[in-house]
Design a protein around this ligand. Structure first.
Ligand SMILES: *Cc1c(COP(=O)(O)O)cnc(C)c1O
Length: 405
C-alpha cells in the first residue's frame, strides 16, 4: 500500500470536482462585527472584509456582557476546568448554565456537552443503543451529527421524507405503539432555511408513543419570545421530549446541550460516553454562554433587527433579479447550481470586492444546488447591503450565472 498516493489521489478528486475546501484565514475585531481581518494565502498584508456567512447570527460573540463575563471568569478562575465533569471538572458555572438552559426550554433539566455535534452524537447513540429494540425515525435532511450518532447506536433506522408528516405517520403506524421509537428532526434546516411543522410532528409522536428529539441549533436565541427556538415560538415547546441546541451559533460562544425531563437527562449523563469521557469546558466558556443566554432571554432587540435585515436582504436580491431562494427563516440562500461556479463567485467576491461568503457545495447540499448562503445580522447595515448587491450583480454578469431561481 502506498499511503501517500492514496491520500493525494483522494484530495485530487475533490479538487477536480471543485469541492476542495479552502478555509478563509480570519481575525475577528471586537467592535467591528461583521467586519474581520482577512489574511490572504499568498502572504499579502491582511485587509478588512465583510463576513456575510457567520453563524454568530446576532453578533453575541462580541457582546460586552459576554466579554465581561468571560474576562471575569478567566481572571477569577483561570484557564481550563481541570477535568471531566466526574473528576474535578464540574464547575459552578457549568451547573448554573445547565439550570439556565433548562429554564430556557421549560424543562426540568439540561446537560452541557462539548458542542452541538457531540450533543447530537452522544444523545442519539446512547438512546438508540440502550433502548431495547429501538428504531430511530430520521428526517432525510438531518444534520451529519445526528446521522453519525444514529449509525453508531446500531439501532434500526427509518428515513422519512423531509418534513413530510404523512410519510412519517405511515412509518409510525407500521412500527406500532409498543416498539421503542425516537423521531429525530430539526426546526430550522440551515441550508434551505425551511422550518419543520413541529406541532404536527409532535401530534404524531404522541399518537404513536414515540420520543420526540428536536435539534434547534439554528433557532435557539433566534426564535420565540425568550429565544427558546421555533418550538417556543409555536407554543409547543412543552411537548418536545428532548430539545438539543448549541451555544456556538446565535449565542456566539461554544458548546452544545440537551434539555429534557430529569430521567432522560440523568440517563444520558450516566451512560453517554461522549459526555462522560471528555474534559469539560473552561469556566470562562460557560460564563460567556450564560451571559449570552440570559441576555437573549430578556432582549428582543437583536431578534427583531435580525429579522428585518434578513427580509430586507431577500427583497433587495429579488428586486435586483438575483436567484434568492424563498425561505421562512433568517437564512438567505442564493442559488448558483454548479460547484466550480459557486467557488469562483465566492473567490471573486472575496478577492475583488472584500466580501466573504463561503460556497456551499456537495455533500452539504445535493449536487446541482450549490449556493451562496447569506446570514445577515443586526449589524449588516444598508451601506454594507448596497455594496453587497452591487458586487453580486458584477460577479453574476462576469461569470454569466443564471438569474432564474
Ligand atoms: C452546526 C450544527 C450542529 C452542530 O453544532 P456545533 O455546536 O457547531 O457542534 C448540529 N446540528 C445542526 C443542524 C447544525 O447546523
Amino acid at each position: 500500500m502506498n499511503y501517500n498516493n492514496f491520500f493525494k489521489d483522494a484530495i485530487s478528486g475533490l479538487k477536480a470536482e471543485g469541492r476542495y475546501r479552502v478555509f478563509a484565514n480570519l481575525e475577528r475585531i471586537v467592535g467591528k462585527f461583521p467586519k474581520s481581518l482577512y489574511h490572504p494565502e499568498n502572504g499579502e498584508a491582511p485587509r478588512e472584509i465583510t463576513v456575510w456567512c457567520s453563524n454568530d447570527y446576532l453578533g453575541m460573540g462580541q457582546h460586552p456582557k459576554v466579554l465581561e463575563a468571560m474576562d471575569k471568569a478567566v481572571s477569577g478562575q483561570g484557564g481550563g476546568a481541570g477535568g471531566t465533569r466526574n473528576i474535578s471538572g464540574s464547575n459552578h458555572l457549568h451547573v448554573a448554565l445547565e439550570q439556565e438552559l433548562a429554564d430556557l426550554h421549560g424543562k426540568e433539566a439540561a446537560l452541557l456537552m462539548t458542542s452541538g455535534y457531540v450533543a447530537n452524537w452522544t444523545t442519539l447513540s446512547t438512546l438508540g443503543s440502550k433502548l431495547p429494540d429501538c428504531v430511530i425515525i430520521s428526517d432525510s435532511q438531518n444534520h451529519n451529527s445526528m446521522i453519525e450518532g444514529m449509525r453508531h447506536s446500531k439501532a434500526e433506522r427509518r428515513i422519512w421524507n423531509h418534513n413530510d408528516v404523512e410519510h412519517l405517520e405511515a412509518i409510525l403506524k407500521d412500527l406500532g405503539p409498543e416498539r421503542a421509537k425516537i423521531v429525530a428532526f430539526e426546526s430550522v434546516y440551515s441550508m434551505d432555511g425551511d422550518i419543520a411543522p413541529i406541532g404536527q410532528i409532535l401530534d404524531l409522536c404522541e399518537k404513536y408513543n414515540a420520543i420526540s428529539y428536536l435539534d434547534e441549533v439554528h433557532a435557539v436565541g433566534m426564535y420565540g419570545p425568550r429565544g427558546g427556538g421555533v418550538a417556543e415560538r409555536d407554543g409547543v415547546m412543552h411537548r418536545v421530549d428532548i430539545v438539543q441546541g448549541t451555544l456556538a451559533k446565535a449565542f456566539g460562544v461554544i458548546g452544545g446541550y440537551i434539555a429534557a425531563k430529569p430521567e432522560i437527562v440523568d440517563f444520558v449523563r450516566s451512560f453517554g460516553n461522549g459526555f462522560i469521557f471528555t474534559s469539560s469546558h473552561p469556566p470562562s466558556i460557560a460564563a460567556g454562554a450564560l451571559a449570552s443566554v440570559r441576555h437573549l432571554k430578556e432582549s428582543n432587540a437583536e431578534r427583531v433587527a435580525q429579522k428585518e435585515r434578513a427580509e430586507t436582504l431577500r427583497e433587495r436580491m429579488r428586486a435586483a433579479g438575483l436567484p434568492v431562494m424563498d425561505a421562512p427563516s433568517h437564512i438567505v440562500p442564493l442559488m448558483v447550481g454548479n460547484a466550480a461556479m459557486c467557488k469562483e463567485a465566492s473567490d471573486r467576491l472575496l478577492f475583488e470586492h472584500d466580501i466573504y461568503v463561503q460556497p456551499i457545495n456537495y455533500p452539504t447540499v445535493p449536487r446541482g444546488t450549490e449556493r451562496l448562503r447569506f446570514t445577515p445580522g443586526p449589524l449588516h447595515n444598508d451601506e454594507l447591503m448596497d455594496h453587497l448587491i452591487d458586487s453580486l450583480l458584477a460577479v453574476w454578469s462576469q461569470l454569466g450565472i443564471s438569474k432564474a431561481a
